[in-house]
Design a protein around this ligand. Structure first.
Ligand code: BES
Ligand code: ZN
Ligand code: ZN
Length: 500
């Protein structure tokens, strides 16, 4: 989508639809100001609109160059934050789609706010709310594109508005890349094809990509990835994504690992179809988030050395599939007793996490649609986040939760008490790959902890990565969850911003 900024007065804006977010607390002043530009249609709409959250009214002013204006209610000003703005802009995008509008403009709400981040939020909400995945639709009416252009109305802070608009567009487009990857049909997304998608993304957005084939994965003795891959006729891949600008402020890299299970049947521990296997094309949601984040990091030219890793395979019950009872020697040298082949994500991630040790990283993230337990605990609203209890653990958890609140990709912490690790004791190997039904998200985190020797943040995105019911600016399907979380965290890591 094209996004631009204008300093014209609102009465002069020649657009099909002008979106005007208004808070309940500023309604009187807004009516007066808007009446100046648009005439008494504003006063006549007063009985139908007082700025309550989610309220919406479309007006056709006579005295204006804008064909229509839409007032979007924000609720009381005290509760207005960037998420409110994203949701309001997304409602504006839905309206633009319904009205078949190509160009919409959006005003910044009256009230004291940080223009840069508020503009970013409005653009994110509008662009993400315009998203439709229509690749496989054949009917022209289903393929109809949404709005093509958004014009932001900068009152007096043009520079901040431009910066926020550009950042919002880049971030939203990176989220859309992640959504498209998740929504792609699994028969078109083998591990090899995911590797090709990574190469295309790297070329287009200016970072480096190196996609390892099965022979290289064997050479590195990545036993976990190879075990999961045994039941598949498709070879695995391991992709390394690199962004290393000359001005990077970190000596040791930050590593982002994404679970790339391109399809999870459960393997021989086969999943039931309904409500379970039927959506497992989303099991590469972590990989998609890492790819989307790398795109954004490169396009925003963050002054950070960041390495992405995407271990990828499908998990299938082919004739040679790994079986419950198998003991696997992992990349790290540790042995794992497999008691459920459906706990495959941790097998892949463990190899990537231990490989990451070779970089002596400052911090490693992994993002993974790892456990059904995370969906039970936090639903589709937030991801579960865990960290190893090494130096700085409390600050790390605070920082990632804060990035969640700022970005709208909410995360909530789970504890990592040592006692949970007992659930992984094996009679035959160093550990087993399942810890039972209780606290299953935590025991999955505890499993991964065996393979890290650096500061580490684990984000279980099984809930929010894929929606069956739409939420504001997140339609049905892949959400691209994690891209905005990572970008917000890393921007802050590169240059800490003051808390508001
Ligand atoms: N990919 C699933 C987790 C999942 C569940 C993602 C629901 C998205 C929505 C994962 O590989 C899995 O099957 N986990 C099992 C592990 C268990 C066998 C220890 C789970 O959580 O049930
Ligand atoms: Zn599984
Ligand atoms: Zn899985």
């Amino acid at each position: 989508m094209k996004v631009s900024v204008t300093t014209l007065s609102i009465a002069e804006l020649d657009v099909e639809l002008l979106l005007i977010p208004v808070s309940e607390s500023h309604i009187e002043a807004a009516r007066l100001n808007l009446a100046e530009a648009f005439g008494d249609v504003i006063q006549r709409a007063a009985p139908d609109f007082d700025g309550k959250a989610e309220e919406q009214v479309v007006l056709y002013p006579e005295k204006s160059r804008a064909k229509r204006i839409a007032l979007l209610g924000l609720g009381p000003w005290e509760s207005v934050d960037n998420e409110t703005l994203r949701s309001a802009a997304s409602a504006g995008a839905t309206l633009a789609y319904k009205l078949k509008v190509e160009t919409a403009a959006c005003m910044l709400p009256a009230g004291a706010l940080d223009v840069d981040t508020a503009t970013q939020a409005l653009v994110e909400g509008f662009v993400l709310g315009s998203y439709r995945f229509a690749t496989y639709k054949t009917d022209e009416k289903d393929k109809r594109p949404g709005p093509m252009r958004l014009v932001l109305h900068a009152q007096d802070q043009e520079k901040a508005c431009r910066a926020g608009a550009e950042r919002g567009r880049v971030i939203a487009e990176s989220v859309i890349s992640a959504r498209d990857l998740v929504n792609t049909s699994p028969n078109e997304q083998t591990a090899t094809l995911l590797g090709k998608a990574i190469e295309r993304s790297a070329k287009k957005h200016g970072y480096e990509a190196d996609v390892w084939d099965k022979a290289l994965i064997e050479e590195e003795k990545m036993g976990g990835i190879l075990a999961v891959n045994l039941g598949s006729v498709e070879p695995p891949t391991f992709s390394m994504l690199t962004w290393k600008p000359e001005n990077s402020v970190n000596d040791k890299p930050i590593v982002l690992v994404g679970k790339g299970v391109v399809y999870d049947t459960g393997g021989l521990s086969l999943k039931p179809t309904k409500g379970s296997m039927d959506y497992m094309k989303s099991d590469m949601g972590g990989a998609a988030a890492v790819i989307g984040a790398m795109e954004a990091i490169a396009r925003l030219a963050l002054p950070l050395h960041v390495i992405g890793m995407v271990p990828a395979t499908d998990n299938r019950p082919g004739v040679n599939a790994y079986v419950p009872g198998d003991v696997i020697r992992m990349h790290s040298g540790k042995t794992v007793e497999v008691l459920n082949t459906d706990a495959e994500g941790r097998m892949l991630l463990a190899d990537a996490l231990s490989y990451a040790q070779t970089y002596k990283p400052a911090l490693v993230f992994d993002l993974a649609t790892l456990t059904g337990g995370a969906v039970v605990a936090l639903g589709r609203t937030a991801a579960a986040v865990m960290t190893n209890e090494t130096e700085g653990a409390a600050e790390r958890i605070e920082a990632i939760e804060a990035a969640g609140r700022e970005s709208g990709d909410l995360v909530h912490r789970l504890p990592m008490f040592a006692a949970y690790g007992d659930q992984l004791k094996s009679n035959v190997a160093d550990i087993k790959n399942v810890g039972g039904r209780e606290a299953s998200s935590i025991t999955a985190g505890k499993f991964l902890e065996h393979f890290v020797d650096y500061p580490w943040i684990h984000v279980d995105i099984a809930g929010p990565a894929f929606l069956h019911e739409p939420k504001p600016y997140r339609p049905y399907g892949g959400t691209g969850f994690g891209v905005r979380l990572l970008v917000e965290f890393l921007r802050n890591y590169a240059s800490p911003r003051k808390k508001k």
